[in-house]
Design a protein around this ligand. Structure first.
Ligand code: COA
Length: 254
């Protein structure tokens, strides 16, 4: 089955994570498919807005942990980084409908969306440290900017989840709705945007993002280098093996 579904209707490209049996965790092949879809959406004049969505019960459990264990990211050209560069520099409006858990990159990709509509069951988390890793998607910069350092430290150092109300208050999401309504709302808002003058949307988004664009790009490279190193270290290997063996990790000897 196709684990990334893409559809273009009425000027809106929708990218659906479709691996619900594995909680929409994202494999290297899925990042590659999403990176390709972003490139197509950027160059296709018929696409005027983009929507990411998962399922009403799960947005994404983040990076596939088996992939982390068996094929750790090796270069900045890895599909995950191609995808992150694509979404962080995407010039047209990007929306997301988020229900259920949004773990790791499931949360950090939202820092690069313009409008996020969340189900009231949404739960956001960035448990990189718990896995022996460090942030990606420039979240080490964008989370403190958005949340303030104190709340970012709870989210990034302790790996504590936060719920839709907190995400709304900090401005990560735009509205909370019943989970059954999130995808339809994102589509309606995307179609409103698709009917507006595209050049004006692109210019407005560029101006809003201008102050952070260079630091985001630079931070993503630095995070990628650190992540590539940490993925191979004993703490991460223990965390991934423990997840696969469905036990708690033991960091006491590391
Ligand atoms: N990578 C690979 N497989 C994953 C996965 C991931 N990130 N997240 C879930 N899965 C798999 C589980 O191994 C399980 O597979 P199985 O049925 O073959 O045993 C299946 O998806 C269902 O997951 P399960 O943990 O039983 O679902 P749940 O509803 O109890 O919990 C989550 C959902 C998202 C809270 C939980 O799966 C989770 O914490 N996942 C890991 C999140 C994570 O650390 N991601 C990396 C971030 S950098």
């Amino acid at each position: 089955m196709n684990e990334i579904l893409t559809d273009v209707t009425a000027g809106v490209m929708t990218i659906t994570l479709n691996r619900v049996d594995k909680k929409n965790s994202i494999t290297s092949a899925m990042y590659a498919a999403m990176a390709d879809a972003l490139m197509q959406a950027e160059s296709d004049a018929a696409v005027r807005a983009l929507v990411f969505q998962g399922h009403e019960t799960i947005f994404s459990a983040g990076n596939d942990i088996g992939d982390f264990l068996n094929a750790p990211i090796s270069t900045q050209d890895s599909p995950v980084f191609r995808f992150l560069r694509g979404i962080s520099t995407f010039p047209k409006p990007v929306l997301a409908a988020v229900c259920g858990p949004a773990v790791g990159i499931g949360t950090t990709l939202l820092f690069h969306c313009d409008l996020v509509y969340a189900g009231d069951n949404a739960a956001f988390s960035m448990p990189f440290v718990n896995l022996g890793l460090c942030p990606e998607a420039a979240s080490s910069y964008l989370a403190p900017q958005l949340m303030g350092y104190g709340r970012a430290a709870e989210a990034l150092l302790l790996g504590e989840p936060f719920l839709a109300e907190a995400a709304l208050e900090m401005g990560l999401i735009s509205r909370i709705v019943p989970p059954s309504e999130a995808a339809a709302l994102a589509q309606r808002q995307a179609q409103k945007l698709a009917a507006k003058p595209l050049t004006s949307l692109i210019e407005t988004k560029r101006l809003m993002k201008k102050a952070q664009a260079a630091v985001v790009a630079e931070r993503m490279v630095e995070e990628g280098t650190s992540l590539g190193r940490l993925l191979r270290e004993p703490a991460a290997r223990e965390a991934f093996t423990a997840f696969m063996e469905k036990r708690k990790p033991d960091f006491s000897k590391i």
